[in-house]
Design a protein. Structure first.
Ligand code: ADE
Length: 240
């Protein structure tokens, strides 16, 4: 997979060199290129923003540098373009799985009050476009969202995870939050590991984990419960 990120703060994407995405890079699974939007400006001040038509607070990102950026990047081949914006569709594990099937993603990181809407509309005439939000809160810009999305997508690429089973069992993969996990020692500061996990009874352990996942999801994310098909016949009480 190839990932391009267009931003006015290329240094913000430095963590991509580290950790998960860095490992995928070393393995040759992903080719990540970060671009400074100001490289597509032509004035002395390298201007990327202007006041909004219609008035109001803040500044809007000008269309011209973005247009030139996409001319150059899309000339190198087709891509799915992700605009990171608080007014996008919510980013979920399902969106991550979908994006992980793409050959190439170009992230456009907005700043200020956002990017002139005509950029999104014009790019949509020549590429697959999605506007994605990290969540219902406002960041200073889309860079952190691009980082988070990249990490969630890259770890799904075939060949990335040593243990594919750990992908299947984690939170959100089955529509539920993950059950609580424990390691040694069996007793720590007066808190004991649930005995069933020490029983060696694999069926009982699987049933306990499913029950815990359901309880946790019902308590913390009732919005997910309605969507889950795995809640049949389970009575929701307090998590143990
Ligand atoms: N830019 C600013 N806030 C954002 C958010 N919540 N998600 C994606 N991009 C953003």
């Amino acid at each position: 997979m190839r990932i391009d990120v267009v931003t006015i703060f290329p240094e913000y994407l430095a963590p991509l060199e580290l950790s998960l995405a860095g490992r995928a890079r070393e393995k040759g699974l992903v080719d990540i290129r970060v671009h400074d939007l100001r490289g597509w400006t032509h004035d002395r001040h390298r201007t990327v923003d202007d006041t909004p038509y219609g008035g109001g607070a803040g500044m809007v990102m000008k269309p011209e540098p973005w247009g030139e950026a996409f001319d150059e990047l899309l000339a190198e081949g087709p891509a799915t373009v992700v605009f990171t914006t608080p007014s996008g569709r919510p980013f979920t594990q399902a969106v991550a799985r979908d994006l992980a099937t793409r050959e190439r993603i170009v992230f456009a990181c907005g700043r200020y009050e956002g990017i002139d809407q005509r950029v999104v509309d014009e790019v949509a005439t020549r590429a697959e476009v999605c506007e994605v939000s990290l969540g219902d809160y406002v960041l200073n810009g889309g860079e952190v969202a691009a980082l988070a999305i990249t990490e969630a997508v890259v770890r799904l690429l075939p060949g990335f995870m040593g243990n594919a089973a750990s992908l299947v069992e984690e939170s959100h993969e089955d529509g539920l939050l993950e059950y609580p996990v424990f390691t040694k020692p069996a007793s720590w500061r007066g808190h004991d590991v649930p005995p069933v996990l020490l029983s060696g009874d694999h069926a009982a352990i699987a049933a306990w984990r499913h029950d815990q996942a359901v309880r946790r999801t019902a308590q913390r994310r009732p919005d997910l419960v309605a969507a889950s098909t795995l809640m049949d016949d389970v009575e929701i009480g307090p998590a143990e």
